[in-house]
Design a protein around this ligand. Structure first.
Ligand code: AMP
Length: 375
């Protein structure tokens, strides 16, 4: 078999874990990234996005391309796709980079979403507040992540403040506030032959807008799983997608509402490295390389806990039976994802015990404490 090289836009932890999954398949990854000292550097060559003629060098250096950074510039993608294939397709990326396009696509495919309005002036914000019941969530249409670029309006008298904060972004979306009980995500992969596989729903818990931990399978979600699978399948087929796609959803009394999609492997799928027969990373690599997909079946109930801001004592984590530690080679910084721990005990009833033990060890036990609901 000839050796395939996959070029990846971005060199963060997602690229690192993609390359880890690629290695046993004898697939090499090469990364287009500004920082030579990025988490992917240990796993493959970095082409400095800052160097002269970098994009052309990158394009020449690989057979097929993918990304781990969803804000990959479309201008770069356009140059690339004149010569080589990129998976996922450009259209999926363009839509995922703009919340207004994303919501319009969900509407077109009859995937329920919160009522929303486009906002580009103080006047249109006032109109949106009149049209949608308060509270509303005002978001920048592009560039936001982990809850950044958002303002929750509870009162009409906050309109000017919200506009002062987010107005400079020029293109905004105002969404009705969804009264959800839980947040879940469905991760799916589509191969070059159109085959689709989905992993079990993850139940996601956030702290200050950052994912703190995910529980898999999402508890009490048997009825939600086929609905989520149907929604993500509509997206994958419509976009003629290849690779892994993630759909984030709100669970409400009226059913599932789509929040956003990520055209890439996702933090709520890290559990699948140990918890599923084939991980999101390996299946993404397989899809991009045009190989058959692997089974997405869950091996055991799993909790994935993010290491945020500060490293734990690694020996203490590893002393927990059933704990798998993944570090991303990043320096400590408040709010930064430094690694994750997958808890996969031998017996299901030990999972909540294991979580409690881990919460004691974590330097920052914001994960896994207040909102722990594993049983
Ligand atoms: P996002 O950047 O769209 O993923 O939003 C970050 C977080 O804000 C989500 O995980 C939700 O907890 C919350 N959020 C976003 N949109 C809404 C909404 N329309 N209604 C209620 N909460 C929301």
């Amino acid at each position: 078999m000839t050796k395939t090289t996959i070029g990846i836009f971005g060199g963060g932890q997602l690229g690192r874990m993609m390359a880890q999954a690629a290695l046993p398949l004898n697939i090499q990854c090469i990364f287009f990234e500004a920082s030579l000292d990025c988490p992917s550097a240990a796993l493959g060559k970095i082409i400095s996005a800052k160097s002269d003629d970098a994009l052309n060098k990158f394009i020449e250096s690989a057979d097929v391309f993918s990304l781990e950074f969803e804000n990959t510039p479309l201008t770069d993608v356009d140059i690339l796709t004149q010569k080589k294939n990129l998976y996922p397709p450009r259209q999926a990326l363009a839509i995922a980079q703009n919340r207004l396009l994303e919501k319009a696509l969900f509407d077109e495919l009859n995937i329920p979403v919160a009522a929303y309005r486009a906002v580009d002036s103080l006047l249109s914000l006032e109109q949106a507040v009149n049209d949608l019941d308060l509270p509303i969530v005002l978001k920048t249409a592009t560039g936001g992540y982990d809850g950044k670029g958002q303002f929750v309006l509870h009162e009409k008298n906050q309109i000017e403040q919200a506009w002062a904060e987010l107005g400079p972004a020029k293109s905004l979306i105002a969404e009705s506030f969804v009264k959800f009980s839980r947040e879940v995500s469905i991760i799916a992969v589509r191969g070059q032959d159109g085959e689709i596989r989905t992993w079990d729903l993850a139940e996601n818990h956030h702290h200050h807008g950052i994912l703190s931990h995910s529980i898999i399978p999402a508890p009490n979600s048997q009825a939600l799983q086929p609905v989520a699978e149907d929604y993500v399948t509509r997206l994958l087929n419509h976009l003629n997608y290849v690779g892994v796609l993630t759909l984030e959803l709100f669970v409400t009394e009226q059913g599932l509402y789509a929040n956003e999609m990520a055209p890439r492997v996702h933090n709520s799928g890290h559990w699948s490295i140990e918890g599923a027969i084939c991980s999101q990373f390996e299946n993404h690599i397989r899809a991009v390389a045009g190989l058959p997909l692997g089974s997405t079946e869950t091996l055991k109930p799993t909790v994935m806990v993010n290491i945020i801001g500060q490293h734990p004592n690694c020996a203490e984590v590893l002393a927990l039976t059933g704990a798998h530690l993944h570090l991303y080679n990043k320096t400590e910084r408040c709010g930064r994802k430094l690694g994750h721990i997958t808890l996969m005990p031998n017996q299901q009833e030990q999972l909540s015990d294991l979580c409690r033990k881990l919460a004691v060890i974590l330097p920052n036990p914001l994960a896994l404490t207040s909102d722990m609901c594993i049983d």
